[in-house]
Design a protein around this ligand. Sequence first.
Ligand code: ADP
Length: 155
Amino acid sequence: MKRKAIFPGSFDPITLGHYDIIKRGVSLFDEVIVAIGINADKKYMFSLEDRKQFIEEAFKEEPRVTVVTYEGLTIDLCRKLDADFILRGLRNPADFEFEKAIAHTNRKLSQIETVFLLTASKTSYISSSIVRDVIRNGGDYTVLVPDSVVVKKEK
Ligand code: ADP
């Protein structure tokens, strides 16, 4: 059986931190499915199409990475795509506390295991919200994201 992992998130936009987790995920799993969650209450800087395209472009040489969008529970998506694992990155204690509750809940509701990778020290400080702040204020965001992330117009 193929080992498939879902890497869920907003990816608004994908950062070098996400990129590192996906790359390392590919060495652990046969397939990594990056799943962009759609939350109707959230305001995003980048459209769903752009967010998807940035990730696809960044991994165009890696056929074992695919990108999907979804609504609803991540465990339901896992069942639908026949994936037994959820992949998440941990940056700091706050991430850990938050992720712990979600992972326990997911285990209560399903058989799905969450696998955590500690972020690479080089990218541990990067978050999509900081990247958005840099973009809004005209800073050089390109050192924080893969080359595929391009800001087309003033946001
Ligand atoms: P969410 O809306 O779930 O916070 P994100 O797109 O911010 O979505 O994050 C998705 C996943 O990527 C989470 O597991 C998060 O911990 C991880 N992640 C975010 N930034 C980094 C980083 N710099 N290094 C490693 N993992 C990260």
